[in-house]
Design a protein around this ligand. Sequence first.
Ligand code: ZN
Length: 144
Amino acid sequence: MPDLRELYQSVILDHSKSPRNFGELTGADAQATGNNPMCGDAVTVWVRMDGDRIADVHFATPPGTGCAISKASASLMTTAVAGKTRAEADAIFDSFHRLVTGDASEGERLGRLAAFGGVAQFPVRVKCATLAWHALRAALEQVA
Ligand code: ZN
């Protein structure tokens, strides 16, 4: 069995305890909420666009919900996609999804998001790690 502690690397602990870009984004162009009933996670993502670029992105979880993985993933996602075009954000999500489903080579291009590589050893956690990303994609589809 892989060691669960390896999954909770310092970057994940940091972002789960002190999430970045947390709270409703005023002036958002779109928002979407994702739910992961298996774990009890719920994440709402807000985006504000500047043309094709993501000018600002926030997320929030209802009080008392959201495991460390889902919160940290959402927090790191906001820092990773802010300022990116929709296509760039999509490409990062695709790469991130490949990482957490077992393609460790993706870690090299993902920077701090590579901290989630250990998720691949816990298939039940993949939904936690990708929840905010799916919500982001749903929000971006609204502003197409
Ligand atoms: Zn979770």
